[in-house]
Design a protein around this ligand. Structure first.
Ligand SMILES: [Zn+2]
Length: 425
C-alpha cells in the first residue's frame, strides 16, 4: 500500500437562495462544488424509458427539492444520451497565468473523461469535448477580483466570471453549438485542492448570462489538481470532471456534511477522489443508460425472483427497485470489479435506499452495510473504508420487518450473475 496523504473529509454543500426562482447551490464531492439549479424550464435530458410496469418505481421529490434523485430528471439540464458537445475552455488570469500549454491542461481530463462516460453509459453517451480556443483564455480581471471561494453563490462573482468568459470567447465560439460548458481553470488559481475544493457546477441555471441567444445554464468549473500525493494523480485526478458533469446531467451530490459515509465509493457523486468508480444503477437509469427491460419494479405483494448481471457489464437485467412510497424505495444491483469499478474488494449485491425528497448533499441515497462496523475490505487510499464490504453475498438477506420486505441473495452463477429474491408481505 503506497504511502499517501489522507484527504480531509469534505465539507457539505453550501446553500444559498437567490432571486425569485428557487435556486440552490450544492457542492461537489468534497470540499465543495456548488451546483446551482433553477426550476425554470429548458432543454431537458432524455427521459428514461418508461413503462406502465415501472410507474410505481418512478419516484419524485417535492417542489422544494432542487436537485432530486427523482425519475425522470427535471428540465433545464443537459441531455445525457447520444452525442453531447462540451465546450471546453482553459481559463487563466493576470495574477494566475497558465503554466505551460493550455492543451496540456485539457489533456489532464481528456480523453479520460470521455472514456469514463462511454464505459459508464454502455456507449449511450458520446461525450465530445471541443476546444475551439486551444490557448489560455485570459480574463480581463485578476482572479482575486472575482471573489471566488468554496460555496460562493452564482451572484455576483460567478456571474461576472461567466460574463467575462462569454465576452472573451464569443468572437471564436458559437455557444448555440454546445450542450454545456467546461471551464478548466489554470491550476494555480485559488487554494490547493488538499485544503479546499473550489470546483463547482451551476446546473439548470437559466438565469445565467446569455451567449448567442442562449443562457450558459450548465457549466462546470474545475480548479486546482486533486493530487492526494499517493502517486495516482495522472491516472485518477481527472475524476473531478465526471463528477461535476454529473451535475450538468441533473445528478445530486451523495456525500454529506459528514463526508462519504452514506454511499462510500459506490458512486462518483459520493467520492471523486482515489480509485476509479462507477455510478449507481439508479443514476444510470435516471440518465437514460438503462432500458425499461433492464429494471425490475417490485410494487406488488408476493415473492419475485430476479437474476441480475453485473452493473459494469453491458446488457442484461441490472437493477430491481422496491418502492416504499411515491418518494422513496430500495434499489438492488450487482457490483463487481470491472469497467469503471476498479476498487471493489467484496463483489456482491449492493442494496441502498433512494429518497427523491431529500436534496443534494443531504443524503438522498444510503447504502446498507451487510457487515456493519467491520472496517471494510479496501486498502485503496481515499476510498471510504467501512462501506467497501457493504454488498450482500449468497445466503445473506436485507430485512425491513416493519414494511414486510426481505431481499435475499440466493446464489451466484458461473457467469457472474446473482440470483435475488424479493418478498413483500
Ligand atoms: Zn458535486
Amino acid at each position: 500500500m503506497p504511502l499517501s496523504r489522507r484527504i480531509r473529509p469534505r465539507r457539505a454543500a453550501a446553500l444559498a437562495s437567490v432571486t425569485a426562482l428557487t435556486f440552490v447551490v450544492s457542492t461537489s464531492a468534497g470540499t465543495g462544488h456548488p451546483t446551482a439549479r433553477s426550476t425554470a424550464a429548458g432543454a431537458g435530458p432524455v427521459a428514461p424509458a418508461r413503462g406502465a410496469v415501472l410507474g410505481p418505481c418512478m419516484i419524485t421529490g417535492g417542489h422544494a427539492i432542487q436537485l432530486s434523485e427523482g425519475v425522470p430528471t427535471g428540465t433545464g439540464y443537459s441531455r445525457s444520451t447520444g452525442t453531447v458537445r462540451a465546450l471546453t475552455l482553459m481559463v487563466d488570469f493576470s495574477d494566475a497565468p497558465g503554466p505551460g500549454k493550455a492543451l496540456d491542461r485539457f489533456h489532464e481530463f481528456f480523453p479520460k473523461t470521455r472514456q469514463w462516460f462511454r464505459t459508464a453509459s454502455y456507449g449511450r453517451l458520446d461525450y465530445r469535448p471541443e476546444t475551439p480556443i486551444p490557448d489560455w483564455l485570459r480574463m480581463p480581471k485578476p482572479f482575486k477580483a472575482y471573489g471566488i471561494e468554496r460555496g460562493a453563490p452564482f451572484d455576483s462573482g460567478y456571474r461576472n466570471l461567466v460574463q467575462d468568459i462569454v465576452s472573451a470567447a464569443d468572437p471564436k465560439v458559437d455557444f448555440r453549438e454546445y450542450d454545456f460548458l467546461n471551464v478548466l481553470m489554470t491550476p494555480n488559481a485559488g487554494p490547493s485542492a488538499l485544503d479546499t475544493v473550489l470546483s463547482v457546477t451551476f446546473a439548470g441555471n437559466t438565469e445565467a448570462p446569455v451567449a448567442d441567444g442562449v443562457p450558459v445554464a450548465n457549466a462546470s468549473f474545475v480548479y486546482s489538481r486533486q493530487d492526494d500525493g499517493s502517486g495516482s494523480y495522472a491516472r485518477t485526478g481527472y475524476r473531478v470532471l465526471p463528477h461535476e458533469n454529473g451535475h450538468v446531467f441533473g445528478l445530486p451530490d451523495l456525500y454529506t456534511q459528514a463526508g462519504g459515509g452514506a454511499v462510500g465509493h459506490w458512486d462518483i457523486m459520493s467520492e471523486d477522489w482515489g480509485a476509479n468508480n462507477d455510478l449507481l444503477g439508479w443514476h444510470k437509469w435516471k440518465l437514460g443508460w438503462l432500458d425499461a427491460s433492464q429494471v425490475g419494479c417490485t410494487s406488488r405483494h408476493g415473492t419475485t425472483a430476479y437474476t441480475l448481471t453485473p452493473l459494469e457489464r453491458a446488457g442484461g437485467p441490472k437493477m430491481v427497485f422496491v418502492p416504499l412510497s411515491g418518494r422513496t424505495g430500495y434499489a438492488v444491483e450487482v457490483r463487481t470489479r470491472a469497467g469503471n469499478d476498479e476498487a471493489v474488494c467484496r463483489p456482491g449485491v449492493l442494496i441502498y435506499k433512494v429518497d427523491a425528497n431529500v436534496d443534494t448533499g443531504m443524503g438522498p441515497v444510503k447504502v446498507y452495510d451487510s457487515r456493519r462496523d467491520s472496517g471494510g475490505c479496501t486498502r485503496s487510499p481515499n476510498v471510504h473504508a467501512e462501506l467497501s464490504d457493504a454488498p450482500f453475498t449468497p445466503g445473506e438477506a436485507f430485512k425491513d420487518p416493519k414494511r414486510g420486505i426481505r431481499i435475499t441473495v440466493v446464489g451466484r452463477e458461473a457467469s457472474g450473475s446473482y440470483r435475488v429474491v424479493v418478498t413483500r408481505r
